[in-house]
Design a binder for this molecule. Structure first.
Ligand code: HEC
Length: 696
């Protein structure tokens, strides 16, 4: 049976083959140790990378310069480590005192010797066992944190766990979520004695955003700050945000609380210890369309904003809202980076922020006043940002006032996504992985007062995005842009292939590193954008590289793992089953080679019974769009985030399909179960998938 062929390619499928009576071919989990490398002893202490943002300023910048523009050609692979947990490893490692930690897939934390790649311990929170429907809208952990001998990791089901960095044993674990539909993918952030965590879910369910702080030593909750107001009939929350919720509620209309409101804190934060402030970036409104969630208009505080809170108490200090009354999913969850810049004859403490909406913001981080904002990508929803008011000068037609589709630049995935922006303070340049893309936005064709979230964790934006882009529109275009935040203009820009590329690392060696959709990890000269070095990683790279030193030797580490639901543009496609998810570590004079490349998609097997019922297939298409396309892509041809179902033999076999889709046989590998699907619906899905496989 062809499932055996699959089992040979993927350890989790072998579990399925046991369930289905096939042959078990459990792949070895043993890590491959590589010999240690001699230290190039150098004066000074080792430099760690302890948080998602790397340094205290969350700049994704390393002060190390042993690897620099003059010797970069000597950079080579020192060790690699094959990751064997699913579903993906779109995640950034940290490195502390010679040990590298990362969370792959559903937050399975690994500790490796940073010099050799030898595995020291692993901790699996077994999130798939308890996550239920939350698995459906999620894709694993993007990062972790370290403080005071503890590795901090959050799970999709909402736990925040502190592990002993030495042993990997849990020290404490706390459930941080109390709302259906809320789930965590972002890194925890340490601020003094606290660890902060938010969550996502505003795209899929009526979720109300908040951020919570826990005592680093004990895991006890210290404070919670809600980012949007709740149901006024319920009265105050008894949380520190109560002091500003009346002010926030005055900017909402209608019965917004029915839809949750959104404003989730699902990714970026930053901490200024001198000012005792934490900065949090808030998400889009739930749903995206303001006409639904707040039909009388209003700014809808605090969606799509930056909030500054006192780190120890959570008290409100200030806010800056990038998109008042936001309606396009232009959230402010992207990086918040601290810098001290000479502006107007004095040094200003600023925040640098390049959110989805395409403007680059420089904000005074002591008081939230906007200093400047200019577009770093093509933008047509606003003409400019008025610095005196801090508000965008919007183009009214971008809000599709009559409900009919309006073409908006950028689109919901943003001119800048979660892929990290880096800032080199010495060169004064920020490096943004930029995406130029547009989309038609319109109202759903229905009475908007009757709109509700679709349920079952399906993406529910409340806008109609179905108008296909006209053929005359340019295809998505990526670039790595070096941005001067003082002059507010690009210093250089390098066009890149594909519709998605990796996050960025900048170093004091004058270098900028980025992994790319082509499978290349590339180093550019930070000043000019000249390409200086590249390494073929045999897989697309999305997570940002990090840099640290051990025993005086500087290392660069990046995790290669490709995860999108749209075709990657790479040929052959980065195949879910056969792509090698790997930790790659480089240093000067590294000489290691990768084994031969293994990205070999399965052939599309002939369907022995190719009869497709067109009506059933149409029904299946609707179900697939709602429940499956988020991971498997439209038509089933996922871009590496989940198996390409055109190549899968499982939809050809009703029993195997039911076992996987309804009974959850592949849950440990990241395939959720869909208990609610009837036999008829499963059949419709199979007809659709078989039609896609062979459209004739
Ligand atoms: C949250 C992401 C996600 C969603 C949503 C999702 N899947 Fe999956 N699916 C996966 C992943 C990841 C795997 C691979 C699991 C493994 O190999 O361990 C998978 C595997 C499968 C397989 C086995 C493919 C093979 O040959 O290896 C089938 C069939 C499948 N999914 C069908 C569906 C259908 C039908 C839906 C919608 C009802 C759906 N999936 C929704 C992530 C998802």
């Amino acid at each position: 049976m062809s499932i055996v062929a699959l089992a040979e390619r993927h350890p989790v499928i072998s579990t399925l083959s046991i369930i289905l009576g096939g042959v078990s071919l459990l792949a070895s989990c043993a890590p491959k140790a590589t010999p240690g490398t001699a230290s190039m002893a150098e004066a000074g202490r080792d430099i760690n990378w302890e948080s998602y943002g790397g340094d205290r300023n969350a700049n994704h910048f390393s002060p190390l310069d042993q690897i620099n523009t003059s010797n970069i050609t000597r950079l080579g692979l020192v060790w690699s480590y094959d990751i064997d947990v699913g579903p993906n490893a779109y995640t950034a490692p940290i490195a502390v005192d010679g040990i590298m930690y990362f969370a792959a897939g559903y937050s399975v934390v690994h500790a490796l010797d940073a010099r050799t790649g030898k595995e020291l311990w692993r901790y699996d929170p077994e999130a798939w066992k308890v996550a239920g429907q939350k698995m459906r809208a999620s894709w694993g952990s993007r990062g972790i944190a370290y403080a005071a001998g503890k590795v901090l990791v959050a799970t999709v089901d909402g736990r925040l766990i502190a592990l002993s960095a030495k042993t990997g044993k849990p020290v404490w674990s706390v459930q941080t979520l109390d709302q259906d539909g809320a789930y965590i993918t972002g890194p925890p952030w340490v601020a003094g004695d606290m660890v902060l965590i938010g969550f996502g879910g505003g795209d899929v369910a009526p979720v109300r955003g908040s951020v919570s702080a826990y005592d680093l030593a004990t895991g006890h909750k210290a404070w919670r700050f809600y980012t949007v107001p709740g149901d006024p009939k319920k009265g105050p929350d008894g949380e520190v945000s109560d002091s500003v919720m009346a002010k926030a509620a005055a900017t909402w209309t209608g019965e917004w609380w029915r839809y949750g409101g959104g404003g989730t804190v699902w990714h970026a934060m930053a901490y200024d210890r001198e000012l005792n402030l934490v900065y949090i970036g808030t998400g889009n409104g739930a749903p995206w369309n303001r006409k639904i969630r707040s039909p009388g208009g209003g700014d809808n505080l605090f969606v799509c904003a930056i909030l500054a809170l006192r780190a120890d108490t959570g008290e409100y200090a200030w806010h800056y809202q990038a998109n008042p009354g936001e309606t396009w999913d232009f959230n402010s969850n992207m990086d918040l980076e601290l810098a001290n810049l000479p502006i107007g004859g004095r040094t200003r403490k600023v925040l640098l922020h390049a959110p989805k909406n395409g403007f680059f913001y420089v904000i005074d981080r002591t008081n939230g006043k906007l200093i400047s904002a200019e577009p770093f990508a093509q933008v047509n929803w606003a003409d400019r940002i008025d610095v005196s008011t801090g508000r965008p000068v919007e183009r009214p037609e971008a809000r599709f006032p009559d409900g009919k589709p309006a073409l908006v630049y950028p689109m919901a995935s943003g001119a800048h996504g979660v892929e990290a922006m880096a800032f080199n303070p010495a060169l004064g340049l920020a490096y943004i992985p930029k995406l130029e893309q547009q989309r038609y936005y319109g109202d759903p064709k229905m009475d908007l007062t009757t709109w509700r979230h679709a349920g079952g964790m399906a993406i529910s934006p409340g806008v109609d995005l179905s108008t296909p882009p006209s053929k005359t529109l340019p295809p998505p275009a990526m670039a790595l842009v070096a941005w001067d935040p003082i002059a507010q203009k690009a210093a250089w820009s390098v066009p890149l292939k594909g519709a998605r590329n990796g996050g960025v690392l900048a170093t004091a060696g004058g270098l900028v590193f980025e992994g790319q959709s082509t499978g290349d990890v590339t180093a550019y000269e930070g000043k000019t954008g000249a390409k200086l070095w590249s390494f073929y990683a045999q897989n697309g790279v999305m997570a940002q590289p990090i840099s640290y030193s051990v025993g005086g030797r500087q290392y660069i580490t990046v995790i290669a793992s490709w995860r999108t639901n749209a075709p990657s543009g790479h040929t052959p496609e980065w195949d879910y089953h056969s792509q090698k998810r790997r930790v790659l570590t480089f240093a000067l004079d590294g000489k290691k080679q990768l084994p031969p490349e293994e990205n070999t998609p399965l052939p599309i097997e002939k369907d022995p019974d190719s009869h497709v019922d067109a009506a059933l297939a149409t029904k299946g298409q609707g179900l697939f769009g709602l429940r499956c396309a988020f991971c498997h892509g439209f038509g089933g041809a996922s871009g590496g985030m989940a198996p390409n179902l055109k190549r899968s033999s499982i939809p050809l076999d009703a029993g195997a399909f039911r076992t996987v889709v309804r009974e959850g046989a592949l849950k440990p590998g990241g395939m959720p179960s869909f208990e609610e699907l009837s036999d008829g619906e499963l059949d419709a899905l199979r007809h659709y998938l078989r039609q896609q496989r062979d459209p004739s």
